[in-house]
Design a protein around this ligand. Sequence first.
Ligand SMILES: [Zn+2]
Ligand SMILES: [Zn+2]
Length: 282
Amino acid sequence: MQCKRCGKRVAKYFRSTSGEVLCELCLRDGIYKQVRKYLTLYNVVKRGHSVLYVARPDRVPESVVSLSILKRFVKALNLKLYLLVPRNVESVFKEFEGVAESIIKYELLLKPLTWLELVKCLDMLSVEMCRKLGCQVALTPLFRDEMTLFAVLGLLEAAPHIFSEALPVKRGNGISLARPFYYVFSSDIVALAYLNGAYLDYESPVRLSEQECVVVKHVYGILWRSRELMYSSRKSVELLQNVVLANKATCRYCLAKTSMDPCPICGSLLAKSQQGLYRTSD
Ligand SMILES: [Zn+2]
Ligand SMILES: [Zn+2]
């Protein structure tokens, strides 16, 4: 079967969100355009900025492929790029040595973490490293479907500090925590990683909490079958952020909107860990 978009190459992937069968190049190009849309619309990354890319320990191949997409913007926008990569899988990021200013390894000291705790941990680490390295922006590969789950979790709990994780960008103290894959579905990235042969064995530090399991079980199936719902949820988040998140403080650690600073999750993480939450090579 031929690719529906270019009509030239052999199709290798059925993209359920658009109903197209695509070749690897057209899939990559589609993702590239979604990232470009984010960067244009939210205007977080400016020409010449120093940016930090934070690879996820729970989605290593996806982090590699996401970085290969961002690489094009690094060159086009003349960005100074710092990479933060999990210590146990540092070798798979070797191919980016020429693109990055430096590659810093990190290790999480508290395991296992719930999914939300992991995101908060990475955001805390990002804020600290941005300050240290003089970066204006940290980029984390979180995907459309994951952020929709955060929106649902946050609404269920009526918790602004969870709901905040569904936002396209969190800001505070001159630093932005941006989600350049805001429009990208994780299934597309997983497929691209698979087609690139980027799969590998690694141990994820995440164990879903009881509530995360409930949300994933009951919401994911419905979301997956309805891209309208997934995209309209994005609109609802943007609408609700004005109401739910108005007049809220900012957590100094994860930059989420919150009723108390630090937010409950950062607060409990800090209380649980006496020796700190992470260790870096820099
Ligand atoms: Zn094609
Ligand atoms: Zn926080």
